[in-house]
Write a protein that binds this ligand. Sequence first.
Ligand code: ZN
Ligand code: ZN
Length: 359
Amino acid sequence: MPNVKIELCSNCHYRKKPFSYTLARQPLCRICSLEYERVCKICHKKFPAGFGRICPNCHYEKTFKHRVGLYSLSYSHWVKQYFINFSYWLKKRRGALYATMYLHKYQTYFSEIDALAQKIQALPTYEQLLNTISDATHKKNYLIHLYLDEVGFLKLDKHLTDKYANYYLIQKYLKSFEENTLEYKILHGYYHFLVLRLKENKTTLRSIRFALTPAIKFLQYCQNFKDTTPTANALEGYLFLYYGQRASLTGFINFLSKNYKYNLDIKSIPKAVLKRPRVSHQILKGRLIKVMQNPHDKHFKEPYIFRTIIGYLHWVYVPQNVFISLKNVHKYKNGKYYLSLCGQAFYIPDKVVEYLTNR
Ligand SMILES: [Zn+2]
Ligand SMILES: [Zn+2]
């Protein structure tokens, strides 16, 4: 079979074998070459002939109606009409093309609402939704909530949304470590300690969430060391890298010292300061060349590579208890990369990020 070249028809934008070319050398499919335009049977507007018998817009309208009908079959009488009305509301807001393409996404969430409605034999309240469906706090379902609020199905309540959003995030955080590990026990212990404070009205769910984040990060950081239990050495390295977390981590460190007898006192850890490398510029240059020339050598670990680069480029010493990884590299709005040490930003060349990403 001869190799037939398929191209995008410049008129109807379908991938077809070109039949002819316009004066501007743009490909045209067979139908577009012969007819160019047709009149839509439904709306009587002109459209590219190769598209078919009806215009794109009427085509999407048709598909849209078909899908709404099909999806709505699965709903109980509680939710069915709400789903249909929502679909048309969505189409009005975002157009037939968008509504047709993305209806299935919203359909899934309506199914969950429906399952709940059937279970309780009533339309659920907003809080019941949030309480039952973990996905209910997800941003992507906001449009549905907005609509249901508009039609009086439920009443949106920002405080409730925040409360459950924090609650579900905390539940997710609590799964950061495998069960039966020391880290798991510590994290859950800390969580229960915070919940007691919540019951005494001394903290909020939001604050609990903010307290758990650095605690998890620090426990994960300790995994870099041979002795993975929290130590003053690990904490010092951590604060070199996450300089701004001293205050937010204090509560957790105090908890650790009290309940686990680790000899940790955040106050005794000196503020991290930048120092010069202990080896010459020439040695650092040699190390850097070796690393860049051997991208597949797994002996060169990320922390070592960063230590070398920061030393060579910025003439700054990165202590051995500081484990920098690609995760610590951030991007400026102008596309340049940097990482921060001791609260200061250090530029990282694109080439280095590229090199580490592709390793
Ligand atoms: Zn039409
Ligand atoms: Zn065409």
